[in-house]
Structure formats: structure tokens, C-alpha cells
Design a protein around this ligand. Structure first.
Ligand code: NAG
Ligand code: NAG
Ligand code: NAG
Length: 940
């Protein structure tokens, strides 16, 4: 299976043509250059022509491709004030002070880049580029280059997912469990930490919007006066490469145009230089490797600090390699060897390396996990404290503050990490997770860069959040409306309760699906509850199922279709196997809250709503109310009922409220080529299209029928639930007249043998090989109920549709299909011959529907791994690692009001009211006492 993926990749990589790519990494720092040059090297080795803009020159470019350097030295300096940091001093600096500092540094570097003579030379040359890759690092004005070169913009984030770009691509990042990169917290924050994190997030967003972006816009306009404002260019990112991976970083939600490539910069270990190799090979007690990275100059540490460290290191049985920026240190013990530079990756790869003493920069943290070496972290600034906190949380090492260092503390920590095997075990386990990925990160980097170039951008991956103003995204208008007219809410609720009670009297089991076309989605809530309970109970007591339970079978994994049957999750517990859910109708609220997947109702319609992401106020109101009501229904009615059913068969298992939140993975039957792009937590895997097989030969008579249809074939099927013969006589007449007028032949899936008045061009059958018909070159149009399978298949084979949605998610699918321009939609209850004929004529004769669906078909087929392979890979992954807790976001551990930060917001509201009251009180006291004293003066 693995070889098939690699083979597939080789074919993809081998087939591409050479593109010209501009890569910009302007930060004057060793680690940023490692990342930038690794991007350039990876793309050059894949056959592309790469121009790297950076402060450094590449001494050793790949021999077999085109590497061009645009070297910009001196970006961190300006005439007034050189920024000379002693990075050590920053250890105790408040992150709040970093905000203005980063603004200032960003403006300086951006301006210095744009006016640098080497940069200007490149601008004035006639170079063209097919894509721009820019390191997002307080340099947003440089995004103008994508506009200038008319090339798609790819951002690169060296610091994992963070608030510098999250709002610019609509990526949700709840401050309730995702610490800002400059905060030293993990996902497990106390109230005060969350308060600080929230305030920091708000302040830095305000700083960006009100101070930093306007300044960047001015700098940009100085050099490019005629371009659109930064407020436009800033929201036009095709893709973001993120230097992170769940084996080292916290799992967080990601929108579809974020691609994690953490670890891509790591190369297979090379032979060490001879003397270093001998030194390490001879170290029978092991080696401690000590490096504070490329920014910190260790010789700047205080004398006493150095003494403490030297004593502690001298006591070790291990040999020590210390990256030190001077030739020697007075009092250096014999077991310590200094050098200004070490081949870090190759040292970490050496079997004798026992421990890495590190500043825990992101590169060092990723490398140490990759090679499986425990760490002692001395975080100094930037994201280092965050990385250290997560490393400690993951149990791969300990962290010490460099300023509170004593010889004793250091010796204790060293002894603990070297002697307690748990650190090594944890880091080895994480190392396995880092290596276990369906596609190597270098290959992902190449694949998605070429993808964006091939498709000239990737707007279909951009979530609709980008089109919403912030108060609409946060639904503040809807919430305000609800707060004001809460009466309406109560009335609606009572109305629904009454409906629930009434509908219990009806006979629910025999559906006429056609009748459901005009049914309110709100009525579906109790109906689905009831259906779910019946199916769950019937399955658990079915004799064949009981036979399976009573046999001695064991299973390595359970894959369960999540469909109102949560009680069945007990099987994962029963068989002690990891639980994998399967969602047949895309990402939806049936499982989103159970795995902590954010799904803002401001732009993501509920699956039963007939809306797209572009909702009016009233539609958003309905969508929000529906989302809240169905969640309340699940928590208060449905889950307790499922729990009772479950306990009826398995009395001794934990409550459903526990089993429900223990999902290892969710396979989602969706793909951005047909479904709306939405955020996904890392344990959601999109496999939409996996059920489609290569087309087979049609049965002989059908093949002849289709081959002979020189004017084309219209294929008409309302799926397997709807019985078309149940439609009214008049509806059938309308349809028959419209179909009879077509020049095209028609295949109609019909549940009886014939229809009176059937025109000659129409052929009926109770069953058709749908995929093979859609794959036929003569198929011009698919008249469909737009179930998710049909919608995926029609996009896969590139056939435009006329949707006649009936119930469930079909209206949603139809709305998206129309929004994507791949067809039209008609309501079955309001169908007339004229409407139908008009729609058929429009879709068949206007080429735009065919073009749009062909373009989407290309997108569906352009994926780094085939969906069938993903299904196999991730199932085996979950079994190999006995679950996947490292992919579960921390949102699962928070009660809802903490997740929504309601406690923090309430605190801020109450305390600001108190503050205002206090302030007024004091002001009045002051004024009044002045008045009084004035009066006193007058009296006197
Ligand atoms: C270029 O060389 C590298 C390393 O030697 C190799 O991995 C890569 O496949 C080569 N690329 C091309 C396009 O030949
Ligand atoms: C936004 O990006 C797309 C894709 O690269 C491009 O076609 C479009 O012109 C860009 N818009 C602006 C304003 O630069
Ligand atoms: C390593 O050990 C070998 C043999 O024991 C010895 O000859 C050599 O000098 C040692 N090298 C170092 C760098 O200690």
C-alpha cells in the first residue's frame, strides 16, 4: 500500500513541467534561513527554477537545477538606530512589549527589503514568476509581489499556526485553549492565564488592524503606488505552509488551505566529520548536546550563570558538546568540547546522543522529536517558552528558566532526564508519530506548490469566513437580535415542543420521501431522534448481531457510520479497539462537537438547511437557532435516550457522555471540489470520492443505446430512497412532456415497468450502473436528487446537473452545486413543464455549466493521495498507534462556557462596569469637594 502511494507521487512529480518560483525569507537569522533555503532546495530538486530572496548567499546550491540568489544583507539595520538585541535580556520581557517591538522590526525589514538595490534590480528585470512563497513574519506589505507578478500567493509560517495569519485566511483559533505563540502556556490554562491570553489576542489583533497594517500599507504604496490597498491583498492567500506537526505541536483546527509540513527541512543523516565521529563513537556513557540556537550568544551570559553550568556539566559521566560563540571558556571541564558550529541534525541522529539542552526553538524541537532525543529546555524568547511548555506537557523533557538557574537545579534536571527512562520512551513514541504520515512533508511542499500553480490559485479552498465582517462572523448581530426579541425565541421553542409531542402520535416508520420536500427541517429533529433510537435498539438486539457479540471475535478497530446511533460507540469500548467514525454527509454537527471541530454557524449552514455560506440575516438567524436547538436536543433528549438503550445491553460500561468523546478519527465523505471548505481538526480525514471505481464496460444494449446517442444522453435518477412512481399524475405529465421535447435520449430510473405516455426517446429501468453512465462521453446532463453520492460522482466524471432536491442534505448540496455554477436546481412540488424545459435547455446549451463542472472535476482528481489510500492508511495508523489522542484538540476537555470564554468575558464586563462606577464615584467626590470648598470660600 505504501509503495503505491510513493509510486503515485513519483508519477505526479515526474510529470510536471518546470515552474519559476519566488521564495522570500527576509529574516536575518540562521533558523529562518534554514527554513527558507530548505524550501528553495526542495523545489529545485523537484525540477523548478527558484529565486530565493534572503539576507544570505547559498554556498552549496543543488547541482541539477536552477537556484538564483537575491542576497539582501543588512535588513536589520537602519540609519537612526541599529537594532542590536541581547536576546538573553528578552527572557524576562513581557510578551505585551513584544507587540510594538515586532511592529517596529517588521516595518524596518519590509522597507529595507523593498528599497534594497539588489531587490530593486530583480524588480526591474523582466523576471516573471508562477508563484510567490513568502515567509509571513511582520512583513505583510511584501504580499504586493503576488499582485505585481500576477502569481498566486503562498505564505510560509515558521511558527506553526498563529494569529499573524489565522484571521487572514479565516482559520478559527479559540483563545480558550490555543495559547498565543508568545505566551508560555499550554492548552491547559487557568482562568487568569486564559484571561491574559484572551486580552493578548485582542490587543495584538487591534494593534495589527489599527497600527501595523496601515503602516505596512503606507510602505507598500511608497514603492507600488497603483496597487489595491493591503486590506484587499492581505486576504488573497492561496495556501499557507505551516512548519508544524501534531507530533510536536498542539493539535489545532485548520482550514483546507493550510498544509502542515513540519519536518520538511530535515535531511537523512550524513557522516559526521572524522574527529567528531570518533568523539561521539567513543562516548560509551553517551553525549549531551548543548546549543541555544543561532540568535542567542551564550558568551553574553553572566559569569555566575556560566560557573553554575560548568560545574554541573563537569559532574556528568557523559561527554558534552557545547555550541559556544568564543574559542574557549576559562575553567572548561575535560568532558566538554566547544565549537562555534555543530552539524546538529547529524549529532541528534547519533546513537550515543542522550540529551539535548536547547533553547527549544521550533526547528530544534522538531528535530529532537524527529530523531527521538529527550530535551532540557532553556527557553529565552519568541515562541520558545510555548514550545518548552508543550515539550514538558508531552513528557519529552524538562524546562528551566535560564535566570533562576543554579548548579543544583541543573544537576537535578540532567540526572532526572538521563536516568528516568520515561522521557526517552515518550520522545521515541512521538518520533514514530512524526515519521508515520501518508505523504512526506517535502513531497507535500512540492505537490501543493505545483497544485496552486496548475489551478492558478485555490479560491475553492478559501472558507467563506473571509467575506464576513467580524461582528457577522461572531454572529453578534444575530445574538443581539435574539437578546432583544427573546420572546420570539421562547415562542418558537414552545412551538417546537408542541410539534415534537404531536409528531409522536404519527406513524413514523413508513416514509413517503417525496412528502418530505416541504417539511420544515425543525421537524426533522424529533424524527431523526426517533429513527435513530429504533435503529440502534433493533441493531443491538438483532439475533445476527447478538451472535457476533457472543462469538469470540476480536477487532483491531471499529468503523461506525455516525448516523443518530451514538449508543453503538459502546462497541469500541467492548472490543477495546479504537473508534473511527464515518460521516456520510460531510462535516456536520452530529460529530463536530464530539471531536471539538469548530463550525461557526455564521457561514457554515447546518446540513438540513437549504443555504450556502452566503446567508442573509434571517437565514443566519434560522441557521443559528437550528444549530442551538439541535445541540440542546442532542444533549438533553437524544444522548440520554441512546445512553439508556446502550445500558440496556451493556449495563457495566461508562456513560455515553464519556464514550462519546473518545473518537480517534473521523472519515468524512467530502471534498472541497464539491463541498464547502470548512475548518477541520487534525483527526478529520476527507475521503470524498473513495467509493468511485474506474468505469466498467456498460451492458451491451445500454452501451449501444448510449454510443448511438449522437445528440447526447440525459440521465435521470432520484436515488434509491425516493420512489418516483409516487409522484402526482400532473407532475409526471409535466416531466414526460418536457423530456419528450428533448433531442437527447433519456435514461430514467423508474421503479415500475413502464409509464403510460412514455415518449420514444425515454428508456426506463429499475436500476442503472450510475457511475459507468456518468463516465460515458455522451452523457450531457444528470437530473438528480443531489444526494451527496450523486453530487460527488457527477463532479468526479464532470457532468452538469439539474437538481431536484427532496429532503435531508439534498437541498444543501443543490444550493452548493448552483453556487459553484455546475447546474441549476428546481423544487419538485412547483415543477411545471415550462420551468423544466427552460432549465434543461439552459444547462444543455450554455457551455458554462460544463466548463465549471469540468474544472471542479480536475480539482477532485488532483490530490496528493487517492482517497481509497487515505482510508487504508489512517485506519492502519489508528491501529498501529492504538488510537490517536495526539490528534484530539484540547477543546474536548473544556466545558462549553469555558470554550466560548464566557467566564472571561463576564469577568471583563463586570470588572469594567465596576471600574466605571468607581471612576465616576471618585470623579464626583473630587468635583463635589471642590464645589464645597468653593462654597466655603464664598461664605467666608
Ligand atoms: C536532483 O538531485 C537531488 C539530490 O541529488 C535528487 O534527489 C533529485 O531527484 C534531483 N532532481 C532532478 C529533477 O533530477
Ligand atoms: C488574488 O489571487 C488570485 C489568484 O492568484 C489572482 O488571480 C487575483 O488577481 C488576486 N487579486 C488581487 C487583487 O491581486
Ligand atoms: C577513541 O577511542 C580510540 C580507541 O579506543 C582511541 O584510539 C581514540 O584516540 C579515541 N578518540 C578520541 C577522540 O577520544
Amino acid at each position: 500500500m505504501k509503495t503505491s502511494i510513493i509510486l503515485f507521487l513519483l508519477i505526479m512529480v515526474g510529470a510536471v513541467k518546470s515552474y519559476r518560483i519566488l521564495v522570500i525569507f527576509p529574516m536575518e537569522s540562521g533558523s529562518h534561513y534554514i527554513l527558507g533555503s530548505a524550501v528553495a532546495r526542495t523545489l529545485v530538486e523537484a525540477g523548478h527554477d527558484v529565486t530565493l530572496v534572503s539576507p544570505f548567499e547559498q554556498k552549496n546550491p543543488p547541482k541539477n537545477g536552477t537556484w538564483r540568489d537575491v542576497v539582501l544583507p543588512g535588513l536589520m539595520h537602519n540609519d537612526d538606530n541599529d537594532i542590536e538585541f541581547n536576546f538573553m535580556d528578552m527572557e524576562s520581557m513581557s510578551p505585551f512589549l513584544m507587540i510594538p517591538m515586532l511592529n517596529m522590526m517588521g516595518d524596518m525589514i519590509t522597507r529595507n527589503t523593498l528599497e534594497h538595490k539588489n531587490f530593486q534590480k530583480m524588480l526591474n528585470s523582466n523576471a516573471h514568476f508562477d508563484a510567490i512563497i513568502l515567509e509571513q513574519f511582520n512583513n505583510d506589505a511584501l504580499k504586493v509581489l503576488a499582485h505585481h507578478y500576477k502569481a498566486p500567493l503562498i505564505l510560509f509560517s515558521s511558527l506553526g499556526a498563529n494569529s499573524w495569519f489565522n484571521p487572514l485566511i479565516g482559520n478559527p483559533s479559540p483563545p480558550s485553549y490555543i495559547p498565543e505563540p508568545l505566551m508560555p502556556y499550554t492548552s491547559d490554562m487557568t482562568f487568569w492565564q486564559r484571561l491574559e491570553n484572551f486580552v493578548f489576542a485582542v490587543l495584538s489583533e487591534l494593534s495589527r488592524q489599527l497600527i501595523f497594517f496601515p503602516a505596512q500599507n503606507r510602505i507598500m504604496k511608497e514603492f507600488f503606488p497603483d496597487v489595491p490597498d493591503l486590506s484587499i491583498l492581505n486576504y488573497n492567500t492561496s495556501l499557507v505552509f505551516v512548519n508544524s506537526h501534531e507530533s510536536t505541536n498542539q493539535p489545532v483546527p485548520r482550514v483546507p488551505n493550510m498544509v502542515d509540513i513540519g519536518g520538511y527541512h530535515i535531511n537523512p543523516p550524513k557522516e559526521l566529520p572524522k574527529d567528531l565521529k570518533e568523539f561521539m563513537d567513543n562516548a560509551t556513557e553517551g553525549v549531551v548536546y548543548f546549543s541555544l540556537g543561532s540568535n542567542v550568544q551564550p558568551s553574553q551570559m553572566s559569569d555566575s550563570m556560566r560557573r553554575h553550568i560548568l560545574v554541573a556539566l563537569g559532574k556528568l559521566k557523559q561527554k558534552v558538546l557545547w555550541k559556544w560563540d568564543e574559542d574557549t571558556i576559562p575553567g572548561k571541564p575535560d568532558n566538554v568540547r566547544l565549537s562555534k558550529w555543530f552539524p546538529q541534525q547529524d549529532i541528534l541522529a547519533h546513537r550515543n546522543t542522550k540529551l539535548f539542552i536547547t533553547h527549544s526553538g521550533l526547528l530544534s524541537t522538531i528535530e529532537t522529536v524527529y530523531f527521538g532525543v529527550p530535551i532540557l529546555a532553556f527557553p529565552v524568547f519568541g515562541d520558545q517558552k510555548l514550545n518548552a511548555a508543550f515539550a514538558v506537557g508531552n513528557g519529552i523533557g524538562l524546562s528551566l528558566s535560564i535566570f533562576q538557574l543554579t548548579e543544583e537545579k541543573l544537576s537535578d534536571a540532567l540526572r532526572e532526564i538521563i536516568n528516568n527512562p520515561k522521557y526517552k520512551e515518550n520522545v521515541k513514541r512521538r518520533s514514530k508519530l512524526m515519521h508515520d504520515r501518508p505523504v512526506k512533508p517535502k513531497d507535500l511542499l512540492v505537490y501543493w506548490t505545483e497544485f496552486v500553480i496548475r489551478h492558478k490559485g485555490a479560491p475553492h479552498l478559501q472558507v467563506a469566513a473571509l467575506d464576513l465582517p467580524w461582528y457577522r462572523y461572531l454572529l453578534l448581530d444575530v445574538i443581539a437580535f435574539l437578546a432583544v426579541s427573546s420572546v420570539l425565541f421562547v415562542v418558537l421553542f414552545c412551538f417546537i415542543i408542541r410539534k415534537i409531542c404531536c409528531s409522536k402520535e404519527a406513524n413514523p416508520i413508513e416514509f413517503d420521501f417525496m412528502d418530505m420536500e416541504s417539511m420544515s427541517p425543525f421537524l426533522m429533529i424529533p424524527l431523526l431522534n426517533m429513527m435513530g433510537d429504533i435503529i440502534t435498539r433493533n441493531m443491538l438486539r438483532h439475533q445476527n448481531f447478538q451472535k457476533l457479540l457472543n462469538s469470540n471475535e476480536h477487532f483491531d478497530a471499529i468503523i461506525l457510520e455516525q448516523f443518530n446511533n451514538d449508543g453503538l460507540k459502546v462497541l469500541a469500548h467492548h472490543y477495546k479497539a479504537p473508534l473511527i467514525l464515518f460521516s456520510s454527509i460531510g462535516a456536520n454537527s452530529w460529530f463536530n462537537p464530539l471531536i471539538g471541530n469548530p463550525s461557526p454557524p455564521s457561514y457554515i449552514p447546518e446540513p438540513l438547511m437549504p443555504y450556502t455560506s452566503d446567508m442573509t440575516f434571517w437565514q443566519r438567524l434560522e441557521n443559528f437557532v437550528f444549530a442551538v436547538l439541535s445541540e440542546l436536543n442532542r444533549q438533553l433528549i437524544f444522548f440520554p435516550a441512546q445512553n439508556r438503550i446502550m445500558k440496556g445491553f451493556f449495563p457495566d460500561v461508562p456513560d455515553l457522555s464519556i464514550l462519546n468523546y473518545n473518537t480517534s478519527l473521523v472519515f468524512v465523505n467530502s471534498h472541497e471540489s464539491t463541498n464547502q471548505p470548512v475548518p477541520r481538526v487534525p483527526n478529520m480525514v476527507d475521503i470524498g470520492g473513495y467509493h468511485i471505481n474506474p468505469p466498467k464496460e456498460l451492458p451491451k444494449d445500454l452501451k449501444e443505446f448510449m454510443d448511438n446517442a449522437t445528440e447526447g444522453v440525459v440521465y435521470f435518477s432520484l436515488g434509491s430512497n425516493v420512489q418516483p412512481s409516487q409522484m402526482s399524475d400532473s407532475m409526471r405529465r409535466h416531466i414526460l412532456v418536457a423530456l419528450g421535447k428533448l433531442k437527447q435520449k433519456v435514461l430514467w430510473k423508474w421503479d415500475e415497468d413502464t409509464i403510460p405516455g412514455k415518449p420514444d426517446n425515454v428508456r426506463l429501468s429499475k436500476w442503472f450502473p450510475q457511475q459507468d453512465i456518468l463516465a460515458h462521453r455522451n452523457t450531457k446532463l444528470f437530473i438528480t436528487h443531489s444526494g451527496l453520492l450523486s453530487t460527488i460522482e457527477t463532479v468526479y466524471f464532470g457532468v452538469p446537473i439539474l437538481a431536484i432536491p427532496v429532503f435531508s442534505d439534498q437541498k444543501l448540496n443543490a444550493a452548493f452545486a448552483v453556487g459553484n455554477g455546475i447546474g441549476l436546481s428546481l423544487s419538485i412540488s412547483r415543477l411545471t413543464e415550462e420551468k423544466l424545459s427552460d432549465a434543461l435547455r439552459e444547462i444543455i446549451n450554455n457551455p458554462k455549466y460544463n466548463e465549471n463542472v469540468k474544472r471542479r472535476s480536475k480539482l477532485m482528481n488532483d490530490r496528493p493521495v487517492k482517497p481509497k489510500d487515505l482510508l487504508v492508511y489512517w485506519t492502519e495508523f489508528v491501529i498501529r498507534h492504538k488510537g490517536a489522542p495526539h490528534l484530539q484538540v484540547a477543546a474536548l476537555d473544556l466545558p462549553w462556557y469555558r470554550y466560548l470564554l464566557l467566564d472571561v468575558i463576564a469577568f471583563l464586563a463586570v470588572s469594567s462596569v465596576l471600574l466605571v462606577v468607581l471612576f465616576c464615584f471618585i470623579i464626583r467626590k473630587i468635583c463635589c469637594s471642590k464645589e464645597k470648598s468653593k462654597q466655603k470660600v464664598k461664605k467666608n
